[in-house]
Design a protein around this ligand. Structure first.
Ligand code: NAG
Ligand code: NAG
Ligand code: NAG
Length: 656
């Protein structure tokens, strides 16, 4: 039942009985089993390499991940556009279908920032080509999308056919000349496998620095053909359609070791290369699990060098430290309710692994989805850090424009909540990048000593402050939500949830058009009015949602920059403001004012959740706010309409 997936992360975090957390890494890339038993105990059983253990002492779960990512590399800062909604499918099969799909999202005004091409955009599945018959006009269409504020991501596979007529396929011929393929055990002839392209394929050995140069060169050259913004690297486990039945894989201890960990198919070579093939760093036996990792870094620089902008890389295979260069999606899942639930667990895991840019294929990849599953998945997926609807070839369409008016409307409203909250999400990525925090986290990170919270895998948090409790069952119109010890506010109404709900599971209504969301008292969330793309939403006014805790206090921060230039943090070209609410007053303190684009941005509303009565007077920077600009609702939600530049220091006090 348990077998290998796409990557290896020999790391765990443990919360002890005294609620102190620690983490352990076994930095080892060989094939391995990890077994848990109820003693409690954990057993690593690896068939090679060094027993290189690292301990991270916490004591909190967030401390463990900060320490772990300090050791392995902190996550990269994603471009702002890559936090927008993304659409893909394998098997548009023609540019007309692609255009129609994009057009219906536009018709329904569904937020849409990124469009993908899967392998069917290529000519006969050859990397660095596009299908000039079925996708005639693709380069021009990509320009059109970009003019409309969208971004375009291409897929590239890590295998190249060696069987094209001589003189017609440069990527292979140049690589052959450079001698950069993974070789057979003789160290001179390339290992040959079978993958998507016609004929047989060779595999670039990304552990070789020369391969990295070749790859960056090919990607940069291809940018002149398709004006892409990011690169999606698939099949980099690496995948081979042949298994052991092929000529290679001689009988020896590397190919057939005395012990084989629990691998699907029971062979190390199953659907991949022979373990005794040679890479620059050593035998594939030792480097297999590093293939995707070694490809991520040169792809990061390829994306950066080709576009001149912040890199965007999405990799299927990952290893310890991959998060410095790439995001990840959870792979080829199925359109099943169970897989939707599992995606929350996968998302929480990859946040522990230092890869917070994570999500699953919304609506499911394999098999046919259904209206209700896909709709509930659009709602959940609106809260994946990486939010992409993706479908497999041959399945009926499942983009949010494909199911008619009601579906489109509900998807649109979930995505508009995402877009509203993007400044908060982007700020969480800033904290992940500079301090190593998780972006999405389990309730146990914030409520560590609550045994119930440790068990929750059906709800999750964005940072410390937003709880997402999706519907994960067919036909359900309510969700059993656990409320740990804190003040919680209903996101939609701003009402305080009853004190009696604390430390209890409560059945919360969730009609088809609602995903239950709760804001935690004690936090200030920066928001921005949504739009169809982030290019447009980034121009809109900002707001603050101030959710008070029991002491009437709250805090938060906002990170902002141009969203897509390289190393804006390292070059100090950013804006950072901290918010503090106490003694009935908000104070915004600008810590860093290094981004010139901040000048045109302003706050237009401030919302305070949790006042028990209407304030008599409100002062902003010493001046009285006219009473027609203050609205107090009986549920305690207070709204102020203001107009203040973002860069200005701000003090707003409420008098009774
Ligand atoms: C693979 O073979 C080529 C010659 O075909 C050679 O130049 C290269 O160094 C070899 N690489 C490895 C890692 O064996
Ligand atoms: C291009 O890639 C190389 C790595 O090969 C990197 O050192 C360099 O900084 C990159 N240049 C730009 C402009 O991104
Ligand atoms: C085959 C496969 O990759 N299945 C994955 C589908 O998605 C779930 C959750 O996202 C994973 O747990 C499965 O491994």
């Amino acid at each position: 039942a348990f077998s290998n997936l796409y990557g290896v992360h020999p790391f765990y975090m443990c919360i002890e009985n005294d609620f102190n957390a620690h983490g352990v890494l076994l930095l080892n890339s060989n094939a391995q089993d990890v077994t848990l038993s109820p003693f409690p105990s954990i057993t690593f059983r690896t068939i090679g390499g060094v027993l290189d253990f690292y301990m991270f002492l916490g004591p909190t779960p967030e401390n463990v991940i900060q320490q772990y990512t300090e050791a392995i590399g902190r996550p990269y800062m994603p471009p702002y556009w890559s936090l927008g909604f993304q659409l893909c499918r394998w098997g548009y099969n023609s540019i007309d279908v692609l255009k129609k799909t994009v057009e219906r999202l536009r018709q329904y005004d569904i937020p849409h920032d990124v469009q993908y091409g899967d392998i069917d955009y290529m000519e006969r599945h050859l990397d660095f080509t596009y299908d000039k018959a079925n996708f005639a006009g693709l380069p021009e269409y990509i320009k059109e999308l970009k003019n409309d504020g969208l971004h375009y991501v291409i897929i590239l596979d890590p295998f190249l056919t060696k069987d094209e007529p001589q003189g017609t396929y440069k990527p292979y011929e140049l690589g052959e000349e450079l001698g950069i393929w993974v070789n057979n055990s003789d160290g001179v002839t390339p290992f040959v496998g079978k993958a998507w392209p016609p004929g047989d394929s060779v595999y670039p050995d990304y552990t070789n620095p020369q391969t990295a140069e070749w790859w960056i060169h090919m990607c940069t050259e291809f940018k002149n053909v398709l004006d892409y913004d990011g690169i999606w690297i698939d099949m980099n486990e690496p995948a081979n359609f042949h298994s052991d039945h092929h000529p290679n894989c001689e009988e020896n201890n590397l190919n057939y070791p005395p012990y084989v960990p629990d691998i699907s198919g029971g062979l190390l070579a199953e659907k991949t290369l022979c373990p005794n093939s040679k890479t620059y760093l050593g035998y594939h036996y030792d480097t297999h699990s590093l293939f995707g990792w070694s490809q991520a870094k040169p792809t990061f620089y390829a994306s950066q060098n080709a576009t001149g902008k912040r890199a965007f890389v999405l990799s299927r295979s990952t290893f310890v430290g991959s998060g410095k260069y790439t995001g990840h999606w959870l792979g080829d899942n199925f359109s099943r309710w169970k897989d939707m639930h599992m995606s929350i667990i996968g998302m929480l895991e990859f946040n522990l692994f230092g890869i917070p840019y994570i999500g699953a294929d919304i609506c499911g990849f394999n098999e046919e989805t259904t209206y209700e599953l896909c709709l509930r998945w659009m709602q959940l997926g609106a809260f994946y850090p990486f939010s992409r609807n993706h479908n497999a070839i041959g399945n009926k369409e499942q983009d949010p424009g494909a199911f008619g008016e009601e579906f489109a409307e509900i998807s649109r409203s979930a995505l508009r909540i995402r877009y509203l909250l993007l400044p908060y999400l982007y700020t969480l990525f800033y904290h992940a990048h500079v301090s190593g925090n998780t972006v999405v986290r389990g309730l146990m990170h914030e409520f560590t000593s609550d045994p119930q919270a440790q068990e929750i895998d059906r709800a999750f948090l964005w940072g410390p402050a937003l709880m997402i409790a999706p519907v994960l069952e067919e036909g359900a119109r309510s969700v059993d939500v656990y409320f740990p010890e804190a003040s919680w506010f209903d996101f939609y109404t701003g009402s305080h949830v009853p004190v009696s709900w604390k430390r209890r599971f409560v059945d919360v209504p969730a009609p088809l058009d609602i995903i239950p969301l709760f804001i935690r008292g004690g936090y200030i969330l920066p928001t921005q009015f949504p739009a169809r793309t982030t290019e447009l939403s980034r121009l809109n006014p900002f707001s603050l949602i101030i959710a008070l805790d029991e002491q009437g206090e709250a805090s938060g921060s906002l990170f902002w920059d141009d969203g897509d230039s390289i190393d804006s943090i390292e070059r100090e070209e950013y804006f950072y403001v901290e918010y503090q609410f106490s003694n009935k007053a908000l104070k915004a303190t600008v810590i860093k004012n290094g981004y010139h684009g901040i000048a045109t941005l302003a706050y237009d509303t401030i919302q305070v959740l949790g006042f028990t009565s209407k304030p008599n007077v409100v002062f902003m920077n010493g001046e009285t706010i006219p009473s027609n600009r203050i609205q107090y609702n009986s549920n305690g939600k207070t709204i102020l309409w203001i107009s203040v530049p973002l860069f200005q220091e701000l003090t707003i006090s409420f008098a009774y």
